[in-house]
Design a protein around this ligand. Structure first.
Ligand SMILES: Cc1cc2nc3c(=O)[nH]c(=O)nc-3n(C[C@H](O)[C@H](O)[C@H](O)COP(=O)(O)OP(=O)(O)OC[C@H]3O[C@@H](n4cnc5c(N)ncnc54)[C@H](O)[C@@H]3O)c2cc1C
Length: 697
C-alpha cells in the first residue's frame, strides 16, 4: 500500500501515525541484529519503515535485503531510499525492479550527497542529475505503481541560498510526481511549524503530507555532531538541559526522551502534520520510550495468532498455517512462496505438501552468517562448545531461559513471536526443566489457552467480542532409548494426547489410528463469523518440516571444521543426535488442562530430582574429603587418602559413593601430574562412577 494512502487513512481516523528509519548495515552480523531489532520495534505498529541507501552505492543489496525482510516476513510497509549519487540509471532500474518483486511500493527519491572526496555534487556517468529527475524517471518507468516521497529541509538544504530557492525545487519534485515529503531532522518546533506554513503558502501551494523527521538524543557527542555542529537551530531549554547532564550518559538519554515526548506532543497538537518519523539510528529504546510517553503506541488488534503477511497479494487469502514453522516464519514463507492457493482443508493440505519449496537456500539456512558466529552463539555458559548430549541440554536450556537469542530451529528469542508475556513465563520454567532431563531437546511450544477474550491485549487476536483458544503443543527431539518409554506412557496413560514421531531415516512411530484430518491447535469464535482455525498440526506438512529440522543439525555440524579434536567431538555429538534421535510433536487435545503437556514428563522430572539429590551428596563428599586427597604429594599418599576418605564416608552414612572408580580417577590425575597433581575440576555425573579430571602437570 502507498504510504500516502496510509497517512490519509490515519488522518480520517484521527489517529497520529509514526514511522521509523533504519540505515542499512555493513556486515552480515549487523544485518541479523538489525532485522531482530526491527522485528521487535514493529510490535509497536509503525505505519511504515524506511531503509536508507548507503551513499556511494555501497551495499545496495543490504538495503534490498532489509526491505524484503520487513515487507515480506514482518508484513510492514516499507519505504526504500534510492539515490542518484554513483548510481547509474541501469542500477536504479534494477533496484526498482527488485524492490517491486519483494512487494515494496514506496520509494524515497533522493539526489544523495556528493561522492566522498568531492566538494560539490556531480551526476555519475549514465546517471540522473537531481531528485526531481529521479522522481520523473520512476514515474516514467513504473507509472503510478510506487508511492514516492522526497526530502525537504526546514532549515534549508546546505546548498540552497534562500528559502525561495529551496521551495522552488521542492515544488518541482512534487510536480514531477512525488506524493509525500519527509523532512530533515530538527529540534526547533515553532520554527518547523512556520516552515510548514510557508510550504503550504508557496506558489499554488504544496498539498502533499509533510512527515517531520525526529532524532531521539542518544548521546551528547552524537547530538553535538549531528545537530549543533551542523548548524541546526536548538531552543535554549534543550541546550541548557543537556549541558547540565552531559557527563552522565543515562541522564542524557532520559533527557532526550523528555525532549522527544514534548516535541511529538507539540507537533501532533499543531494539527499541521499527521504523524512523526523517527531517525532511529538503528537504536530502539529511546524511540519506544518517546512513543509511549507521548501516548502514541496504539493497541493494534492482531488478525491471526501469527503475523499476517500482505505480499504477494495472494498471501492475504492465507488463513491457516502448520505450527511447525512458528519459530522459523521466514523459512515457511520462502518454502511456500510459489503457492498460488493457500490450503485450508485436509485434502488441500495433502496435495500442497509436495509443493513445499526445496531445502536449498533459506530452507535450511541457520541464522548465523558465519561458522564462527554460530559457534560463539550456541555454546555453553562458559563459552565451551557442546561435546556430549549433556552439553546440548545446557545450550537448549539457555535458549528457553532467554539467555540465547536463537537456536538453529528458532529464529527469535523464546516467546518473542508469541507476544504473550505471562502465558510464556509459566511455560518457560517447565521447558527449561524438560531440556534439563537429558533426553529431550525442545524446539517449539505453545501453552494452553481456554477461552480468553479476543480483545485481550496479550493473548487476543481476530475480531472484537470473541473468544480465542489454543491446545498445548510441544515439539522436541527425543533420544531413541526414551522414545518407546514415552510412547508407552502416551498410549497407556494419556488418551487426550496425540503425537507424531519420526527419525532422520523416516522410521516412524505411528499412532494406532493415523490422523487424516489436520488437528486445529488455535481457534477463535467471534460474533457473526464462522469459527476461525488459523494454526494446525498436519501430518504431511510435518513430513516436509522434518527434513528441514534434521538438516539443521547438519548445518550446525558444518560450523565445526574437521581436524581439531574439539571440533570433532562437537560434530560427533551433533551427528549422533541427527542420526539417531527422533523428532516428535505432542498435542494435548484437552484444552481445559492447565498443565498443558507437562504431566507426561512428571516421572522424568522426579527422576532427575532424585539424581540431583544423590549428586549433591557426592559433591558434599568431595568438599570435605577430596581436598585432602588433592593435597597429597605422592601417589601412595593419594591412595592412602582415598582409602581413608572412603572409610570415613562409609562410617558416616553406610554408602560407598566415594567409589573405587572415582578414586582411580583421582589417583590417575595425581600421578599424571608427577605426584603433585592439581585437580582443577572434578565433575561427578549421574551419581557414581563417571568422573572427569582436568589435570595440569
Ligand atoms: C529524509 C531524508 C532521507 C535521506 N536519506 C538518504 C539516504 O538514504 N542516502 C543518502 O545518501 N542520503 C540521504 N539523505 C541526504 C540527501 O541525499 C542529501 O541531503 C542531498 O544533499 C540532497 O538530496 P535531495 O534529494 O534533497 O536533493 P535535491 O532535491 O535534488 O536538492 C539538492 C539541492 O539542489 C538544489 N536543486 C535541486 N534541483 C536543482 C536544479 N535543477 N538546479 C539548481 N539547484 C537544484 C536544491 O534546492 C537543493 O539545494 C537524506 C536526506 C533526508 C532529508
Amino acid at each position: 500500500m502507498k504510504i500516502v494512502d496510509r497517512i490519509h487513512q490515519r488522518q480520517e481516523e484521527g489517529r497520529p501515525f509514526f514511522s521509523f528509519e533504519y540505515f542499512s548495515p555493513k556486515t552480515a552480523q549487523g544485518m541479523i541484529n538489525l532485522n531482530d531489532r526491527i522485528e521487535r520495534m514493529c510490535h509497536l505498529s509503525p505505519e511504515f519503515v524506511d531503509i536508507t541507501w548507503g551513499a556511494g552505492g555501497s551495499r545496495p543489496a543490504a538495503t534490498l535485503e532489509v526491505v524484503s525482510n520487513v515487507q515480506k516476513v514482518l508484513g510492514v510497509e516499507t519505504c526504500m531510499h534510492l539515490i542518484c549519487t554513483d548510481n547509474p540509471i541501469k542500477n536504479i532500474d534494477k533496484a526498482l525492479k527488485e524492490a517491486r518483486a519483494c512487494g515494496n511500493q514506496n520509494i524515497l527519491a533522493l539526489r544523495g550527497d556528493a561522492p566522498s572526496g568531492q566538494k560539490s555534487w556531480t551526476p555519475c556517468k549514465d546517471g540522473l542529475p537531481s531528485a526531481t529527475a529521479l522522481v520523473r524517471h520512476i514515474r516514467a518507468t513504473h507509472g503510478d505503481y510506487f508511492g514516492i516521497g522526497v526530502a525537504a529541509y526546514p532549515e534549508l538544504h546546505p546548498e540552497s541560498p534562500t528559502l525561495e530557492h529551496d521551495l522552488y525545487y521542492l515544488k518541482q519534485k512534487i510536480d514531477a510526481g512525488a506524493d509525500f515529503i519527509v523532512t530533515q531532522l530538527f529540534f526547533d518546533v515553532p520554527k518547523f511549524l512556520d516552515w510548514v506554513r510557508e510550504v503550504r503558502r508557496y506558489g499554488v501551494g504544496i498539498e502533499v503530507p509533510i512527515v517531520p523527521g525526529l532524532m531521539p538524543i542518544q548521546t551528547y557527542a552524537g547530538f553535538k555532531k549531528n545537530v549543533v555542529d551542523a548548524g541546526l537551530s536548538v531552543p535554549q531549554w534543550i541546550l541548557d538541559g543537556l549541558e547540565a547532564v552531559k557527563e552522565d550518559e543515562v541522564a542524557v538519554r532520559q533527557f532526550g526522551v523528555e525532549v522527544g515526548v514534548k516535541m511529538v506532543r507539540e507537533l501532533v497538537e499543531s494539527g499541521l502534520v499527521a504523524g512523526v518519523h523517527f531517525y532511529t539510528f538503528n537504536l530502539e529504546k529511546s524511540t519506544r520510550l518517546i512513543l509511549e510517553g507521548a501516548g502514541l503506541v496504539p493497541f493494534i488488534r492482531k488478525d491471526k495468532p501469527w503475523r499476517t503477511h500482505f505480499l504477494p497479494h495472494r498471501r492475504r487469502q492465507e488463513h491457516q498455517r502448520p505450527i511447525f514453522w512458528a519459530n522459523r516464519p521466514k523459512s515457511y514463507i520462502s518454502r511456500t512462496e510459489t503457492w498460488h492457493q493457500f490450503p485450508s482443508t485436509a485434502n488441500q493440505w495433502q496435495r500442497s505438501v509436495n509443493k513445499y519449496g526445496s531445502l536449498e537456500g533459506y530452507g535450511v539456512g541457520i541464522k548465523y552468517p558465519t561458522a564462527a558466529e554460530a559457534r560463539l552463539h550456541w555454546s555453553n555458559n562458559d563459552g565451551r562448545q557442546p561435546r556430549r548430549v549433556g552439553d546440548l541440554s545446557e545450550v537448549f536450556q539457555r535458549y528457553w531461559r532467554g539467555e540465547l537469542q536463537t537456536l538453529p530451529w528458532c529464529d527469535h528469542p523464546c516467546g518473542a513471536g508469541v507476544e504473550s508475556g505471562g502465558e510464556w513465563e509459566s511455560y518457560r520454567d517447565r521447558l527449561v526443566e524438560l531440556n534439563g532431563v537429558g533426553c529431550y531437546l525442545a524446539i517449539n511450544a505453545q501453552p494452553v489457552v481456554n477461552g480468553v477474550k479476543s480483545d485481550d491485549k496479550v493473548l487476543g487476536w481476530g475480531p472484537s467480542g470473541g473468544y480465542v483458544y489454543q491446545k498445548a503443543f510441544l515439539e522436541f527431539f527425543v533420544s531413541p532409548d526414551q522414545l518407546p518409554i514415552l510412547i508407552d506412557r502416551l498410549k497407556t496413560q494419556y488418551p487426550t494426547y496425540t503425537y507424531n514421531a519420526i527419525n532422520h531415516s523416516d522410521d516412524e512411530e505411528e499412532e494406532e489410528e493415523e490422523e487424516e484430518e489436520p488437528n486445529t491447535v488455535t481457534w477463535g469464535v467471534f460474533p457473526n463469523h464462522e469459527i476461525v482455525q488459523p494454526t494446525i498440526v498436519e501430518r504431511s506438512s510435518f513430513l516436509a518440516w522434518k527434513d528441514e529440522a534434521f538438516a539443521l543439525w547438519d548445518q550446525w555440524a558444518q560450523c565445526f571444521e574437521g581436524g581439531e579434536t574439539e571440533s570433532d567431538l562437537t560434530r560427533k555429538v551433533l551427528d549422533e543426535v541427527r542420526g539417531t534421535w527422533y523428532l516428535m510433536n505432542i498435542v494435548n487435545n484437552d484444552y481445559h488442562e492447565p498443565t498443558g503437556v507437562f504431566d507426561l514428563f512428571e516421572e522424568d522430572f522426579v527422576r532427575v530430582k532424585e539424581v540431583r539429590e544423590a549428586d549433591a551428596k557426592v559433591v558434599a563428599v568431595e568438599a570435605s574429603d577430596v581436598s585432602q586427597v588433592l593435597e597429597a604429594k605422592e601417589v601412595t599418599e593419594v591412595e592412602e587418602e582415598v582409602e581413608k576418605a572412603t572409610r570415613r564416608q562409609e562410617e558416616k552414612d553406610g554408602s560407598n559413593v566415594f567409589s573405587n572408580a572415582l578414586a582411580a580417577v583421582v589417583v590417575a590425575a595425581a600421578a599424571a601430574a608427577g605426584g603433585r597433581g592439581v585437580c582443577q575440576e572434578l565433575v561427578v555425573v549421574e551419581n557414581i562412577a563417571v568422573a572427569e579430571a582436568n589435570c595440569s602437570a
